[in-house]
Design a protein around this ligand. Structure first.
Ligand code: NAD
Length: 506
């Protein structure tokens, strides 16, 4: 699918600008690896300011035609795109698994969640409707319209190569904007394929463009005067940087950051069910999900039986290459990231946490160069430890102990991250209190990963999101549109023209 071929048979990923593949002018590039084997499978260009400028110019020149085309016509292109995504879901999942490492069934599920945003975007014309009030003054009417923001950009992380871009560009484009996407340089290929499919669906050239790269590329986007709005998803330090830079450059911005998601388990919870749910939420996708449960707060008598169930289930997980039948957990995304996560396990031991399951020694036969790390479980972790404070983003679950629900809620609320959280209990009263008092953007009750469906909006609080609006759902539509309020008076009616004073009567 990446058609350009370099010497050495390593394909070089192209850019997608003005409806066709183009070579970057940039000379810098990076390696895309298959995390299960450690092999370099593609080269990805790190775009410079000239490459970004070409993409923004293509988006700007496509804007008037796309903005002025009827929303229903735009929605019909979206419907065709939806069909093509469904028909190519397996191919997209294979690309995700190949470059990210997650298992094929998990990749397929993540593509499905992205497709659901496109289903939502097909109905966007309904959400573009404004308000109308007759006679706000005598003979005067007022109405509002939602107009597109202009050229929007999306900068996305490595862990959901299809889903996170689909949180952004379908909603932006359905609202009449044009778009420049900069996917993670670790997983660039799925975005290219989606751009091709969108063109096949009838999207006019230039409405969606794809550039690749690292900080240089991102800075060229943030500094480009032709970009009106930026959506970002990634780690907290970069999210903060994006937010501050966009604010300085007077661009609309939403910047979603990292996470440390807690599950609070009360003694009355069904512990077998809870341990199954937590095992999937902690180790699925090797813990590389922004909604992964990475900290369990076991309350009172729940702790001992829960830890022994978690140990048994963590040890039973089959780890291996993501495309092998029966494998439940794949490798981490890069060698550097694997080593960083393993370093946290060393650190946890030094800090005095109890290492219940140690994934450091894991070997996957035939995949000795893959970036594997086994499931790891710590007990007796305290809030002072780095393994609790930092987002590890790997298959490492830490268990803290609390005496009461009140203590557990206070612990979760003291954490600077606030993406997702869950409570496990049979008590409606306890769940309701948790739901009400917890300072986190997305909450599950006996649901470990409470990702809102596409027609709700996704987003955390505090250091997990900088900005005002969440992604997709109605908040996505609000982000990608500006409201205009129009007040109308028609002459030749029985009302006098306004004088010099502000009117006091309606
Ligand atoms: P990252 O912050 O390293 O990279 C995200 C994007 O920013 C990439 O496109 C990357 O090229 C770019 N980037 C990296 N360094 C940059 C710099 N110095 N200046 C400008 N741009 C830069 O994140 P990642 O490692 O790709 O993804 C994992 C992180 O994303 C985790 O922290 C995870 O929690 C978070 N995440 C959050 C959500 C959410 O919805 N809140 C969803 C998915 C992932």
């Amino acid at each position: 699918m990446n058609k350009s071929v370099d010497a050495g048979n390593i394909t070089r990923v192209d850019l997608w600008i003005a409806g066709r593949r183009q070579r970057a002018t940039a000379t810098r590039s990076g390696d895309v690896t298959n995390p299960a084997t450690g092999a370099v499978i593609r080269k990805v260009p790190f775009c410079n300011a000239a490459d970004v400028d070409a993409a923004v110019k293509a988006a700007a020149s496509a804007l008037p035609g796309w903005r002025d085309s009827p929303p229903l016509r735009r929605a019909r292109v979206m419907q065709k795109f939806l069909q093509l995504l469904q028909a190519n879901q397996k191919e997209l999942a294979r690309l995700v698994s190949e470059e990210h490492g997650k298992t094929l069934p998990d990749a397929l599920g993540s593509v499905q969640r992205g497709i659901e945003v496109v289903e939502f975007a097909c109905g966007v014309p309904h959400l573009l409707k404004g308000e109308h009030s007759e006679n706000v003054g005598t003979g005067v009417d007022c109405h509002t319209v939602r107009q597109p923001v202009g050229v929007c950009a999306g900068i996305t992380p490595f862990n959901f190569p299809v889903m996170v871009p689909l949180w952004m560009f379908p909603v932006a484009i359905a609202c009449g904007n044009t778009f420049v996407l900069k996917p993670s340089e670790k997983v660039p290929s799925a975005s290219m394929r989606m751009a091709e499919l969108f063109k096949e669906a009838g999207l006019p050239d230039g409405v969606l463009n794809v550039v690749h790269g690292d900080k240089e590329t991102v800075d060229a986007i943030l500094g480009h005067p032709g970009v009106n709005a930026v959506s970002f998803v990634g780690s907290t330090p970069i999210a903060r940087y994006i937010y501050e830079t966009c604010a300085k450059n007077a661009k609309r911005v939403q910047a979603l950051g990292g996470a440390k998601n807690h599950a609070v388990v009360l003694p009355d919870a069904d512990l077998e069910f809870t341990a199954d749910a937590l095992t999937g939420a902690a180790y699925g996708s090797a813990g590389e999900r922004c909604m992964a449960i990475s900290a369990v707060v076991a309350v009172g008598a729940a702790a001992d039986p829960l830890v022994s169930l978690l140990k048994k289930k963590a040890e039973a997980i089959m780890v291996g290459p993501g495309d092998k039948e029966g494998v439940e957990m794949g490798p981490l995304v890069t060698r550097q990231h694997r080593d960083k996560v393993a370093g946290y396990v060393d650190q946890g031991v030094k800090e005095g946490a109890k290492l219940v399951v140690d994934g450091r020694g894991l070997k996957v036969p035939g995949h000795e160069n893959g970036y594997f790390l086994g499931t790891t479980l710590f007990d007796n972790v305290t809030p002072e430890m780095k393994i609790y404070q930092d987002e590890i983003f790997g298959p490492v679950l830490v268990v803290l102990r609390a005496q009461t629900l009140e203590d557990a809620i206070a612990l979760v609320n003291r954490n600077p991250y606030a993406n997702g959280t869950a409570i496990f209990t049979e008590s409606g009263g306890a769940a309701r209190r948790f739901e009400n008092e917890i300072q986190v953007g997305m909450v599950g009750v006996n649901v470990p990963i409470p990702v809102p469906v596409a027609f709700y909006s996704f987003g955390g609080w505090k250091s997990s999101l900088f900005g005002d609006l969440h992604v997709h759902g109605m908040e996505g539509v609000k982000f990608y549109t500006r409201t205009k309020a129009i007040t109308t008076r028609w002459p030749h009616q029985d009302t006098p023209a306004p004088g010099l004073n502000m009117p006091t009567l309606g």
